[in-house]
Design a protein around this ligand. Sequence first.
Ligand code: COA
Ligand code: AMP
Length: 635
Amino acid sequence: MASTYHQVYGGWKSDPERFWAEAAKAIDWSRPWDSVFDAEAGMYGQWFAGAECNTCHNALDRHVAGGRADQLALIYDSPMAQEVRKYTYTELKREVVALASVMKNQGIAKGDRVIIYMPMVPEAVFAMLACARLGAIHSVVFGGFAARELATRIDDARPKMIISASCGLEPGRIVEYKPLLDGAIELAKYKPERCLVLQREQRRCDLVEGRDLDLADQMARERAAGANVDCVPVAATDPLYVLYTSGTTGQPKGVVRDNGGHMVALKWSMENEFGVKPGEVFWAASDVGWVVGHSYIVYAPLLHGCTTILFEGKPVGTPDPGTFWRVIADHGVVSLFTAPTAFRAIKGQDPDGTFIRKYDLSGLRALFLAGERADPPTLAWAEAKLGVPVIDHWWQTETGHPISHNPVGLGMLPVKHGSPGVSMPGFDVQVIDDAGHPVPHGKMGNVVIKLPLPPGCLPTLWHADDRFRDAYLAEFPGYYKTADAGYLDDDGYLFIMARTDDIINVAGHRLSTGGMEEVVAEHPDVAECAVVGIADAVKGQIPCGFVVLSSGRDRDANELEREIVALVRDKIGAVAAFKTVIPVKRLPKTRSGKILRGTIQKIADKEDWKMPATIDDPAILDEIGEALRKHGIGV
Ligand code: COA
Ligand code: AMP
């Protein structure tokens, strides 16, 4: 089919308000908007101002009433727990209502915050939707984060309630969540009133008298009592959730998502960008703790009336590199969305695709990759082995849905390996130099988006308008700064090449090297440090710490490494994947004292690098090269 992309994109550009008003017809509103876009409101304007709606109603009740009552809504498939559970729309609604009733009985109401710190279990989805039903604001914290990270989020979000579980399941180990939860509450200045805890059979936990309640018991009681909780109408501009993401310091940014614009944008993306129809099975192999999980495990597929898969496992080792293909074949998945790192892991263990041939994948139509740069060899391998289009697309926690894509639903455009496609309606993506001037096609620069951002993107940061302005709007007036660097080609395809800040992407997980440096610097023997992301064949990037010891300290390098690695694991969490520490005598700096992290990374990755003109002492770079070689890096 010839692509209608150019026509549709042109239509959006000529009249954005008409475009989004048309898209908004796919959503149920309890009160219509006063204006599609109010340019005077908020930080850069607000979408659907004056309208009222409820996200849970649109994700569940509407489908139950509209003919999908007996269709599967959610399939939980866990090779970790050896369990598969399926919920129709009616059943999912029943669970969500039961949990909403428990929460309501505990005083949770519109605008209250609820932190969800859970592994990949259906109760995490129930909790998100129950918050939406009550108009409460959820904040899901990824299970791989340690107590201190959770405490930071508790203090910022000030949740009335935390919903958690006794444990998570990682290959070869059980992760006890409860000590982390208790530790975080202990560390936090703000104390939540109530915790609901899911007791998992793999490892039960003790409940704190007077604070903790057993989630399953409470839900069973509400179910038995036939509890009913209606959807609470909220303003389209009210927050649905806050999702913390790595910023340029150890203090994460609380990305706010509203209700109305979010629904409109996600619903539009399912049909037009992902090419999926209501009733079909869509699988995002991510985690509910990340934005991909929020948007494409939970909200978009349910808003669109699809069946969504919640997979608790890894692409390899649970039990083998065929697990993705087994899930696709067992549940009739039409589209898979995951991070390139998952495919690099599979390719590493099954280079010939032997496991792929064991399963009937005839129903699979496309593979979507995002979260980090998709390297062309991995793309080519996936295309050859799966025989379906492999589509790289680019977005951020902040935008909530794809900025650039190859819109399957509008008819595919030619694929260019290395490019995550073309700008989607809503996004006027431009590339500019540091002075804010446009750069010619093919030339690298700052990737920015002309304001206003479309529906679905963050309206601000949680209780931090100034930080939002400083981080995203101040540097290039009139534009949103993505903090990605890249270029546009003559056909309008974007190429994302690097971050312009301290963010690195480790196994598709967004992490701040600045946040890691803050922790490394806490070690009593460390005088100074730099953490840089270096290339890794599977995870894309991994963090590597360079430390200068305080004067007079002489430490065994292996012992020091063990201590610092343990410190980062304890303070940030296992997800940081921080395993390497290299002691050095000095760090390379500019004459004004800035550490030359970019140059260190290039030396480690054996990329071409130029001697920075402003370097203080060029000899230090030789010392860094030598230290890396001793570690077997960059040789
Ligand atoms: N709870 C607790 N610990 C967790 C966790 C969770 N939810 N998720 C990861 N961890 C731990 C891991 O067990 C690992 O611990 P270890 O150091 O003891 O081995 C550590 O955090 C690092 O995790 P990760 O970087 O994910 O490495 P991995 O070896 O466990 O898995 C991949 C590597 C590539 C298989 C996996 O990251 C993956 O499937 N990624 C692609 C999908 C994805 O998550 N995308 C995210 C955004 S789309
Ligand atoms: P997150 O907020 O975790 O989704 O991470 C967003 C960042 O991941 C972006 O700013 C990019 O740096 C990177 N990223 C996401 N998708 C892609 C992609 N398809 N290609 C290149 N980088 C990507």
